[in-house]
Design a protein around this ligand. Structure first.
Ligand code: 3HC
Length: 303
């Protein structure tokens, strides 16, 4: 009996239809990885221009993946890209985006009010079966979930940039989350080729709780003039084996992102010296020098 019960519950939890909300850096990566692993994906953006931009980025990155997977077979590579692209449909209508979704992954701006508004709408529009997840880097999953009725079907699914390359998925639990939802999240993560780790709903979960203060400490070192950006980066690459140094990683992640993470944490946990935003980063954000994506941060890039 127990075997049959397990089979029934895991059959119910299978995820095929995934709706991704937001087609930015993270959302388009999530949509891509889901589609290239056989999911039918609906991608929601606020307007047709942003949708088009996301689809172009996805096509470019699918080609990079295909080239790697099918080095000696350009026809198979092209087929892989075409198949994955066909599995992604775009929309600008929130209510329609969740019609038959097994899972919704939200990857929009890090603003609690906007996330609440979105999830309220989706909770009304989505079928009962639909699981909800947020890809937030720094906000509380429990607080985001507070506006939905289906708290048992809610959790964090936190991906890393670049999503098609980074192998990790953090699966974040909240007390109301059912075991079935948790198991479905873990199984889905595995099915799209990620290694899953589990974490409680704490600031930054595992990776960002360690990575963001580390980046901020490196920037403070630069601000004090202890070493140059290039030498800090070289030191951590060659001395600690990191693929990128902390200053180039800060440029890569985007200063708007790290700055808003630190500002949010500082507000919530005043007095923690690890959570103090960096002055030079605040200045870069004001100047719209957000890092690689805007062509300049602590370093300059060719757009
Ligand atoms: N899509 C598909 N493939 C991509 C890609 C993308 N967006 N970006 C890079 N790749 C592939 C390249 O095609 C290349 O494949 P190949 O080895 O077969 O040629 C491979 O990845 C390596 O890329 P590059 O040769 O261009 O450059 P690197 O060897 O320097 O690797 C990197 C780039 C994978 C980004 C590596 O430097 C790295 O791992 N950096 C650290 C990234 C990191 O720490 N990310 C986490 C940030 S924190 C976060 O995301 C959390 C958020 O909440 C803030």
């Amino acid at each position: 009996i127990s075997t049959r019960a397990f089979a029934t519950s895991s059959a119910r939890a299978v995820i095929n239809n995934v709706t991704v909300i937001g087609g930015g850096l993270m959302g388009s990566g999530i949509a891509q990885v889901a589609a290239q692993n056989g999911n039918h994906v609906t991608l929601l953006e606020v307007n047709p221009e942003l949708l088009q931009k996301a689809q172009t980025n996805i096509a470019t990155n699918l080609t990079r993946v295909a080239k790697k997977l099918y080095k000696d077979d350009p026809n198979a590579a092209q087929q892989f890209v075409e198949d994955a692209k066909k599995r992604i449909q775009g929309t600008t209508k929130a209510e329609e985006s969740v019609g038959d979704a097994d899972l919704v992954v939200e990857a929009i701006v890090e603003n609690m009010e906007i996330k609440h508004k979105l999830f309220k709408t989706l909770d009304e529009a989505a079928p009962q079966k639909t699981l909800f997840a947020s890809n937030t880097s720094s906000l509380s999953i429990g607080e985001i979930a507070s506006v939905v009725k289906r708290k048992d079907k809610f959790g964090g699914l936190h991906f890393f940039n670049p999503v098609p390359v980074m192998k990790l998925l953090e699966v974040v639990r909240i007390p109301e989350q059912s075991e079935e939802t948790y198991q479905a999240f873990m199984a889905w993560g595995k099915s799209i080729g990620k290694s899953c780790v589990t974490c409680k709903d704490t600031p930054g979960f595992i990776v960002n709780r360690l990575l963001v203060p580390y980046i901020a400490e490196a920037i403070r070192m630069l601000e004090r003039g202890d070493a140059s950006a290039k030498d800090i980066d070289t030191a951590m690459k060659l001395g600690a084996g990191y693929p990128m140094g902390p200053i180039e990683l800060a440029d890569y992640v985007g200063h708007d992102t790290t700055n808003s993470i630190l500002q949010g944490w500082q507000k919530k946990f005043p007095g923690n010296p690890l959570f103090v935003p960096c002055e030079s980063t605040k200045k870069l954000v004001q100047e719209k020098k957000l890092g690689v994506k805007s062509g300049e941060g602590y370093y300059k890039y060719n757009k």
